[in-house]
Design a protein around this ligand. Sequence first.
Ligand code: NAP
Length: 253
Amino acid sequence: MGAVQENNMISLKGKTAIVTGASRGIGAAAVRKLSDLGAKVFFTYKSSSDKAKLLAGETGATAIPCDQSDGENIEKTVDEIFAQTGSVDILVNNAGITKDGFLLLMPYADWNGVLDTNLNGAFRWTKCAAKKMYAKKAGTVIFVSSVSGLVGVPAQTNYAASKGALCAFARAAAAELGAKGIRVNTVCPGFIETDMTAKIPRDIARAQKERIAMKRFGKAEEVANAIAFLASDESSYITGQTLVVDGGLTGCV
Ligand code: NAP
């Protein structure tokens, strides 16, 4: 690699990063990217311990089983990471689930389950991590929301409510924490090739691709690149913003 290219690379050397829900998909791509850029990465998962172990072996990151609903474990995990590394510089609130269904038929459990994992979990992590950032007057938090939080998608009232709330949460937190050197931003992916979208029936996926300006689903790495930018000093004057990564799904006709 030439000297010019090397000097222009984003560097996260010396930074400690936490990525939630990263045994697979976008989270795993973020772990790879942030590790490649030099960050010391810790990531969580719920049940995919084999995949988490493989990712840890591949990247040198540390895998931690920690459910989004387990506030005590989240607090303990953040405290342990801080004790071990001396800082929490980057938090990527990525863990998320869908339980799609029509509003009139939606069981309360599906509403509450999605809200608790996607929104309340992000609150638990952000509160704990922001306390460590506050002490150092520096840090960056990235929420992985969705275009479903920006535009109406049928059969996703629970998911849309959780993702729209994350965008609002990020803006309010950015307003509150900006003076303390903590930036808070949101990434809104469109259709990305992961296990989450693998369940979409083939004919529906084909029709959705036609609606996307770039005529394809995105790759997890393309979202991870946006996350890395917002995690780095290259975005040092950006906070309270929503970066849409959707190949032109919502921005073009
Ligand atoms: P995915 O492939 O289904 O992976 C989800 C990850 O979250 C897994 O690592 C899973 O761990 C973890 N997770 C789920 N529930 C958890 C819990 N209660 N506690 C801790 N970890 C939990 O999802 P993805 O497609 O990469 O999506 C990642 C994020 O991007 C989500 O927030 C999603 O809403 C958002 N997003 C995705 C798309 C898309 O098209 N794929 C579009 C817009 C937004 P286990 O493996 O252990 O279950």
